[in-house]
Design a binder for this molecule. Structure first.
Ligand SMILES: Nc1nc2c(ncn2[C@@H]2O[C@H](COP(=O)(O)OP(=O)(O)OP(=O)(O)O)[C@@H](O)[C@H]2O)c(=O)[nH]1
Ligand SMILES: [Mg+2]
Length: 355
């Protein structure tokens, strides 16, 4: 019975994975990705053992060099003898995308290194699924002793940005050729950044892009400080670089308000490793400084992503259970026919769950 009983299977895989069995770890992550009963059982055991790792989100536009930067960071982290786990979320390619293959080839040299674990995950499932699945995958790696977990996502859609934003430290990558239209960069991406990296430092214009971004971030922080209500998408379309470095930078916000976070801007060349040691140092500083404040907000965001996703799954499952199924389908059909508004429908479904 052991091979088919999810509890037993989860216990075997969990013990093996904690003991350093990488195949078992890979299987657990597959279970997490597919949200199977094995994953649920394993996470019940593993979750309390997690919570120590530094979770770093790396996001940015397609082609900015995220995977290359992750490979360079792995080399830097391994040179220091620290273990590192990577979850690369690929929102576009289901299983066989070129990017995944490319990533694998780049990472090949770590095939025999037990302290490096790289996992590609396809984005699937309903809204919020991506954030909850990657948070769960990170928790598994964390529990298995990976003290640093890198989460690579393409910063194109809201859900991918949410994944990155739920990390303890969020790195937003840009490249110089994109920097020429710096105003066009999504405010949303910069808003989640703890560290901004201008990669492809070997290309012309990298330093200029970095200066523009620094100026832009100062301006954003200033708007955020003067604006009482929201720090929304407040990216000015015109920024005076000289003014931005001026006296305003020295004026401190009121003491009762947390200072809007102003990300550090670094320049790297991922292909040569230039600037990567500085990036790792910056990550470590952010980790050390963040215990408590920003990190607890990120932890709450991860908790929410996971709990709401599970609550949604459970609620749906209960409403489709044999004794409620017909009633649920009737309510859904009534909404489809515009005989019932969706709010009243939810009132009825919740009442049915309570009853
Ligand atoms: N010149 C130069 N090229 C780089 C650098 N970093 C990455 N590249 C190149 O940029 C291209 C894209 O790099 P990737 O690492 O695949 O970029 P990515 O952001 O992971 O791309 P997606 O996963 O498709 O969003 C590759 O051809 C890299 O070799 C760099 O520092 N300098
Ligand atoms: Mg990539």
């Amino acid at each position: 019975m052991s091979a088919h009983d999810p509890l037993e299977r989860a216990r075997e895989l969990t013990e093996a994975a904690i003991g350093g069995d990488r195949r078992a770890l890979a299987r657990l992550l597959t279970a997490v990705e597919n949200r199977t009963p094995v994953a649920e059982a394993a996470l019940r055991t593993l979750y309390p053992m997690a919570g120590r790792a530094h979770l770093v989100g790396i996001t940015g536009p397609p082609g900015a060099g995220k995977s290359t930067l992750v490979a360079a960071l792995i080399a830097e982290v391994r040179a220091k003898g620290r273990p590192v786990g990577v979850v690369a979320v690929d929102p576009s390619s289901p299983i066989t995308g070129g990017a995944l293959l490319g990533d694998r080839v780049r990472m090949q040299s770590y095939a025999s290194d037990r302290d490096v674990f790289i996992r590609s995950m396809a984005a699937r499932g309903h809204a919020g699924g991506l954030a909850s699945t990657s948070a769960a995958a990170a928790a598994v790696l964390d529990a298995c002793g990976f003290d640093l977990v890198l989460l690579e996502t393409v910063g194109t859609g809201q859900s991918e940005v949410e994944v990155a934003a739920a990390a303890d430290t969020t790195v937003v990558l840009e490249a110089p050729e994109m920097g020429d239209e710096v105003q066009a960069i999504k405010a949303g991406l910069l808003e989640v950044a703890d560290i901004v990296v201008v990669n492809k430092g070997d290309r012309p214009g990298a330093q200029r892009t970095a200066s523009q971004l620094r100026a832009m971030l100062v301006a954003v922080a200033r708007v955020g400080t003067s604006d009482r209500g929201h720090h929304g998408a407040a990216v000015p379309s015109e920024i005076d670089v000289h003014d931005a470095a001026g006296p305003q930078a020295a004026s401190s916000p009121p003491s009762d308000r947390p200072r809007p976070k102003q990300p550090e801007v670094l320049v790297t060349t991922a292909t040569t490793g230039e600037g990567i040691a500085e990036l790792l140092a910056s990550l470590d500083r952010h980790r050390a400084a963040g215990r408590g404040g920003g990190a607890s907000a990120a932890r709450l965001a991860r908790a929410e992503a996971q709990v709401w996703a599970i609550l949604g799954d459970r609620t749906r499952a209960e409403l489709h259970a044999a004794d409620r199924r017909d009633g649920t389908l009737a309510v859904l059909q009534a909404v489809a026919d515009h005989e019932l508004d969706p709010f009243t429908a939810v009132d009825r479904l919740l009442t049915s769950l309570r009853g």
